[in-house]
Write a protein that binds this ligand. Structure first.
Ligand code: ADQ
Length: 457
């Protein structure tokens, strides 16, 4: 088995025993593969340093080596807060209205990718498989090639790839995509994002695609395929049986007092459609006044990327909107929205999901969306809840038995809530069963193995 080198913006250091529940499913899956292959996980430490010197912080925990570097202020501003989160993130989520095309962001992004390539290249040995993750690191493979790295290098994009007509609004788009031709394998979450990418290759670069998914442009070829990511099913199910999950379940059940709970769990981000969700819920409260007091919406959304202005704005807008809805509809003993601005460990989330009759997962655009899968995994097989899922989430291509909605339409969201509340148990069980089989079988290990095998083969 070849040694695996994982490269991503941030590195997850293995946690001490007992704290595993706090670690994301992706981290758990990658750490398991790294442990088996005695691999290395490389990336930014998340820390700032006065002056960048490329000093490596090498640590070994539980059979895994992690190697991190600190970045200086300007690097973090231009590469992370700038190009990654203010240019690529909005553009790739179809929000060209929010995308900022600052020249310094683009040059900072390339500069930091060069620094990271320079730092990691000496660690790579001839038989290693190199796996680069996500939009922070798109050109990294090319920068490794420039340093003589001839290994197999794969890239996986966790977020959507935008349609060509939007993507070409990015200055130097061709330069960015041409760096991707240096990979051996490029993975997308769904066929839809893969299609957008191949469309760009054909229309803008005059490339050709064969039946195997090999793209060729001039003298370069690269394989591109869809590899939908899953959750760490075994770990999540186990967490759901633990005391933390049970306590969260009991607490929500008792405080809901027989009302049906609708749950939303999101990182606070405009792509997640939380405002539109609140509006859909408000439409439901207006349209079905007699059912108001049967329901409550629990929205969990911890702040993210606090340094980026847009994120402060969305937080303020959500606070105003939930205040407006609560002000307009609340009774002495009932408040329609409980808006909680903090994160929870996934073990507690498992209990909250199980206690909720409906999940509202309504992103305006999402690479995959693991919350939808976690909700399905957490349900009681005898009495499962209903998943209302945006058709614009990658997960909708696998979870076809969810109630699929257009998250921009308050009417559709409202109607789906009504339909979910009225859905007979047999139908809930039938829909849940097929989704559950998918979430269980196409889990994060399945995803990781498919990618690594395709890269190695
Ligand atoms: P994210 O945009 O972060 O990830 P998502 O897949 O929904 O989105 O969530 C990732 C994890 O964060 C889940 O395990 C979830 O439980 C946790 N989480 C989210 N909100 C939380 C909250 N309020 N409190 C506690 N935990 C919370 C990106 C892409 C996605 C893609 C993933 C994985 O944007 O489309 O599914 O990567 O590839």
């Amino acid at each position: 088995m070849s040694r695996l080198i994982v490269i991503s913006n941030r590195v997850s250091v293995p946690k001490a025993q007992g704290a595993a529940g706090a670690q994301g499913g992706l981290a758990v899956a990658l750490l398991a593969a790294l442990r088996e292959s005695r691999g290395i996980w490389f990336g930014w430490s998340g820390e700032e340093v006065e002056q960048y010197e490329g000093k490596l912080d090498i640590q070994r925990h539980d059979g895994v080596t992690t190697v991190t570097v600190d970045l200086e202020r300007q690097d973090i501003e231009e590469y992370y807060n700038g190009y990654a989160n203010r240019t690529l993130w909005p553009l790739f989520h179809y929000r060209i209205d929010l995308a900022e095309y600052e020249r310094t962001f683009g040059s900072g992004y390339e500069r930091v990718n060069e620094k990271l390539a320079e730092a990691v290249a000496p660690l790579i040995e001839p038989d290693d498989l190199v796996w680069v993750h996500d939009y922070h690191m798109i050109p990294l493979g090319k920068m490794l090639r420039d340093r003589g790295i001839a290994n197999r290098i794969g890239f996986f994009l966790h977020i959507p790839w935008p349609p060509t007509r939007l993507f070409v609004s990015l200055p130097f788009h061709e330069r960015l995509v041409r760096t991707m031709l240096e990979y051996d394998l490029i993975g997308f979450q769904t066929e839809e994002w893969l299609e957008s990418f191949t469309h760009y290759i054909e229309k803008e670069l005059g490339g050709a695609i064969d039946e195997e998914g090999c793209l060729s442009v001039d003298d370069k070829t690269v394989r591109a395929r869809a590899f939908p990511i899953g959750i760490d099913f075994a770990e999540f199910t186990e967490a759901g049986c633990g005391s933390e999950a049970k306590a969260a379940y009991a607490q929500l059940k008792s405080s809901a007092q027989e009302k049906k709970v609708l749950i939303g769990v999101d990182r606070l981000d405009y792509s997640k459609g939380v405002e539109e969700r609140f509006e859909g819920y408000e439409r439901f409260l207006e349209g079905y006044p007699e059912r108001r007091e049967d329901v409550l919406l629990l929205q969990i959304a911890p702040p993210s990327r606090g340094e980026v202005h847009t994120y402060r704005e969305i937080r303020e807008r959500l606070e105003t909107l939930s205040g407006h809805i609560n002000g307009g509809f609340a009774e002495v003993d009932w408040v329609p929205i409980r808006y909680v601005n903090r994160g929870y460990p996934r073990s507690a989330l498992a209990g909250l999901y199980r206690a909720s009759a409906i999940a509202l997962v309504t992103p305006l655009r999402d690479g995959m969306n693991l919350v939808a899968k976690e909700y399905v995994a957490a349900q009681d097989p005898e009495d499962p809840g209903v998943l209302i899922l945006s058709r614009f989430a990658g997960a909708a291509l696998q979870l076809e038995d969810a109630l699929l909605v257009n998250p921009h339409s308050a009417d559709e969201v409202s109607e789906a809530i009504r339909q979910a509340l009225d859905m007979p148990r047999e139908e809930r069980v039938r829909r849940w069963k097929t989704m559950y089989a998918n979430v269980r079988d196409e889990d994060v290990e399945w995803w990781r193995n498919r990618f690594v095998e395709a890269l190695a083969g």
